[in-house]
Design a protein around this ligand. Structure first.
Ligand code: ADP
Length: 443
């Protein structure tokens, strides 16, 4: 069974608007023409106007409505249908105006109403076009009636050809048609703007709801992880301690020694995971002290370098003088360590990592950690700082989340820079409030 393809929102909007224009037209034309005919059929009115002319207008309106309805069902070129309806309406209304007294007819209000309908149903351009077409037709009727080319059908007051009354009504109508077009478009713009604002607000609320839900889930997950890590930590310490005692006798046999090596490696990994989870879920308050930033970076670089033979790690300091910062040294070391370990895992053989200390307008100090590794995929840029996000097989996804937390608790930040070069560049920023630059010797 073939399914009906969904109608795009814009098309369904247009269909709805065209429908209400059709209904409105039939209602207005029926009511107004009906009452006019009743009035003119009244013998006391003594009319010389031909009711047949009015019947012809109402019949044409109904006939055209059938055509529109069929087109509307067909569902194609709906904007053209919108324009066609409005312009044919202008002609019908002008005929009505002509039949009921020319430019002084009370029915000229329909022309104004249709300028508003055009703005709402089709758009700005349609409403100005409607005002222009209606004005043009009104002028044609006035000129033709004044010149005697159109017979006077109505028993209503008709001004003498070319009289100041005709010109006055013509001017008032033409000016007010364009005025209505301008005003209604301002109104439509405002309504659209308000609608757009409301729509955006609704979308933002939706995003916030999803984020809140995520945050709640993460909080629950975090609590669970913290409880598990806490429960695992003590037995893990006991296992590690006991294993250290067994290690000595085991290492006498080569096979056992190899197995013992694996157990030790895995125990260490589990220990790190447990510590990472506890660090992230129960962050310690920073214990700040005045630290030489260059020396701190140097310590960490040396430590990481000692475990890596095929990766080149360089430390550069852009400042001629030492930079002292008020930070929790252990926490900042942990941040730098995490970045360097990530960078060393991202680079291939002969990889290169650069740690650079630089001043940012003397308002903050920055530590850039750049590598020439795999880089971060654009889709992951925002996600890498989320806890438990990892692209590594054995990754826990807590390193960068921990770094962000530490930097924020120091009033600073950590960012992944946009770069066209291969690799990734992370920047740690510490504001001047927490750092001090000393003018002195270069270390
Ligand atoms: P983990 O290292 O356990 O995966 P992290 O929070 O430290 O957790 O890192 C999250 C993710 O960020 C990594 O899995 C990796 O995809 C990405 N990432 C971090 N640093 C780098 C880097 N220097 N180069 C490329 N990707 C990186």
């Amino acid at each position: 069974m073939s399914s009906v393809p969904p109608v795009p929102a814009q098309t369904s909007n247009m269909i709805a608007r065209i429908t209400w224009v059709m209904v409105l037209r039939v209602l207005i034309v029926s009511a107004l023409l009906g009452s006019t005919i009743i009035l003119h059929l009244d013998a006391t009115a003594g009319t010389d106007m031909s009711p047949r002319f009015l019947f012809a207008i109402i019949a044409t309106t109904y006939a055209m409505t059938v055509v529109y309805a069929l087109w509307h069902r067909w569902g194609k070129w709906l904007t053209l249908l919108g324009y066609l309806q409005l312009n044919v309406d202008a002609v019908l209304f002008i005929l009505l105006v002509y039949a009921t007294g020319g430019v002084s007819s009370g029915f000229t209000f329909l022309l104004h109403l249709w300028v508003i309908v055009a703005a709402i149903s089709v758009g700005k351009r349609a409403s100005y076009l409607q005002a222009a077409v209606s004005s043009f037709l009104l002028i044609v009727v006035a000129v033709f009636m004044s010149a005697g080319l159109l017979p006077v059908l109505s028993d209503q007051l008709v001004f003498m050809p070319g009289s100041s009354g005709t010109i006055y009504f013509l001017l008032v109508n033409v000016v007010s048609l364009f005025l209505v077009a301008v005003l209604v478009n301002i109104l439509v713009d405002r309504i659209e703007l308000a609608g757009e604002g409301l729509r955006r607000e609704r979308e933002e609320k939706k995003v916030l709801r999803v984020e809140l839900e995520d945050a709640r889930r993460m909080a629950a997950l975090g609590r669970l992880a913290a409880t598990l890590a806490h429960e695992i930590r003590n037995p893990l310490s006991a296992i590690s301690g006991s294993f250290q005692m067994l290690r000595e006798p085991l290492s006498k046999d080569a096979d056992n020694a190899a197995l013992a090596g694996i157990i030790e490696k895995e125990l260490n990994r589990m220990g790190r995971l447990v510590n990472d989870i506890l660090d992230y879920t129960r962050p310690a308050k920073p214990f700040k002290d005045r630290v030489d930033l260059h020396r701190l970076c140097d310590d960490v670089v040396r430590l990481v370098r000692s475990g890596l033979s095929d990766v080149d790690i360089v430390l550069r300091n852009d400042n001629a003088s030492p930079v002292h910062v008020d930070v929790d040294a252990n926490q900042l070391r942990q941040v730098l360590w995490n970045l360097l370990v990530n960078a060393s895992q991202a680079v291939k053989v002969d990889g290169c990592i650069e740690v650079r200390i630089e001043l940012a307008d003397r308002k903050a100090v920055r530590v850039r950690v750049a590598d020439n590794g795999t880089g971060v995929l654009p889709d992951n840029r925002e996600r890498i700082f989320e806890p438990f996000f990892s692209t590594k097989d054995q990754g826990m996804g807590l390193g960068l989340a921990l770094c962000r937390r530490v930097m924020e608790s120091h009033g600073g930040s950590i960012d992944l820079l946009e770069s066209n070069d291969p690799g990734a560049v992370f920047v740690l920023t510490l504001p001047l409030g927490s750092c001090e630059i000393e003018v002195g010797h270069v270390e």
